[in-house]
Design a protein around this ligand. Structure first.
Ligand code: PLP
Length: 379
């Protein structure tokens, strides 16, 4: 049987329209966008169009877009870039306990570099309280980084409210929007954000390409030195092929977001319904009122997630905890949400996407119910 992919938060396939837009750059337009001749001009046209497509989706100016190698690089540039550029002003950074390692490990590094980092707690739904942000601010605070939506449980954070607090103290506000772009509206003006990270492979563009939105006037240092590409913010000949793909992916999101959202949610809710009607004791994690429309993070208390996944041979999903030979790595997100180990241990994330069909969901529902019944009787 064909495997059923329910791990769209890990990565997405390339959309057919994206692949089609990329093809001329794979086979024909190989020029260096910095070259003045016709080959270069052709390549530059592709990059320029992509920049305007990304800007169109985010609602910003084209010259506020920096192409990067993905979400991790965008977060590194945002955090390190803002920290170093504003070091004279202060050395304090605020973030949350449920951020992706692409933010948390950067904060660890900055701490080694002499910055102070406050890691805010979250509530049981995985939500950061804006009042906690306000309370953590000191005259030394230069940067706040809170993710737009969490990759594991899907909780959407109150970014606009936090941005308002940040700006009332003249502090730079960054959000990691790797998981929200393409699933929920994410316009920089509405979020009132200064820096926003995008990861191409989470929105049906290829892996290895991303964007950092830098609001005009935001003080930030570059991290990759060399020639003066990307408004002298990121050196290196542009990854033209993938940038063209990301541009198209952003255009699709701008034009079809509502359809995508409705489809994700229909599929996700149907799946949850078939699981929870059989197992009312299963715990859905995340903020049910304020969650990514495609994400379902479910805990089956007392059953080990790895066992569930190994029995679910036809379904691709991911575990909230990983058991190794002599240790168990619990999800830092589920822990931060105060889930006891016996809950966190039995947690699976299912995430639906554009290509998910109702037949797949029906089949997946039956399979999951079969496996949980089997393991619940014999955990
Ligand atoms: C919230 C979040 N931020 C950042 C990243 C890293 O993005 P990339 O894989 O493009 O480096 C991911 C990917 O898993 C993510 O989910």
């Amino acid at each position: 049987m064909k495997p059923i992919y329910l791990d769209y938060n890990a990565t997405t396939p390339i959309d057919d329209c994206v692949a089609e837009a990329m093809l001329p750059y794979l086979y024909g337009h190989f020029g260096n966008p910095s070259s003045r001749h016709t080959f270069g001009i052709e390549a530059k046209k592709g990059v320029d169009l992509a920049r305007s497509q990304v800007a169109g989706m985010l609602g910003c100016d084209e010259n506020e877009i920096i192409f990067t190698s993905g979400g991790t690089e965008s977060n590194n540039l945002a955090l390190k870039g803002a920290a170093y550029a504003n070091r004279e002003k202060g050395t304090h950074i605020i973030t949350s306990s449920i951020e992706h390692p692409a933010v948390l490990r950067v904060c660890d590094y900055l701490q080694e570099e002499g910055f102070m980092v406050t890691i805010l707690p979250v509530d049981g739904n995985g939500c950061v309280n804006p009042a906690d942000v306000e309370a953590a601010i000191s005259p030394q605070t230069i940067l706040i980084s809170i993710m737009h939506a969490n990759n594991e449980v899907g909780t959407i954070e109150p970014i606009k409210e936090i941005s308002e607090i940040a700006h009332s103290h003249n502090i730079i506000m960054h959000t990691d929007a790797a998981q929200s772009i393409g699933k929920i509206p994410a316009r920089v003006g509405e979020l009132e954000i200064d820096l926003l990270s995008v990861a191409g492979h989470k929105l049906y563009a290829p892996k290895g390409v991303g964007v950092l939105y830098i609001r005009s006037g935001t003080k930030i240092n570059k991290m990759i030195h060399g020639a003066d590409h990307e408004r002298n913010m990121r050196a290196g000949t542009e990854n033209v092929l993938e940038i063209v793909g990301l541009g198209k992916a952003c255009e699709l999101v701008r034009d079809h977001l509502n359809e995508y959202t409705a489809h994700f949610m229909l599929m996700r809710d149907k799946l949850e319904q078939s699981i929870c009607s059989e197992f009312p004791w299963a715990k859905i994690n995340g903020d049910k009122e304020n969650r990514l429309p495609n994400t379902s993070n479910i805990s089956f208390k007392g059953i080990e997630a790895n066992k569930i996944l190994s029995e679910l041979t036809t379904i691709a999903a991911s575990a909230g905890a990983a058991c190794h030979s002599d240790q168990v790595d619990l999800s830092h997100v589920l822990e931060a949400m105060h889930n006891p180990p016996e809950i966190a241990m039995g947690t699976i994330r299912f995430s639906t996407g554009r290509m998910t069909t109702i037949e797949e969901i029906n089949q997946a529902g039956l399979e999951i119910v079969r496996v949980i019944k089997k393991l619940a009787g014999n955990p």
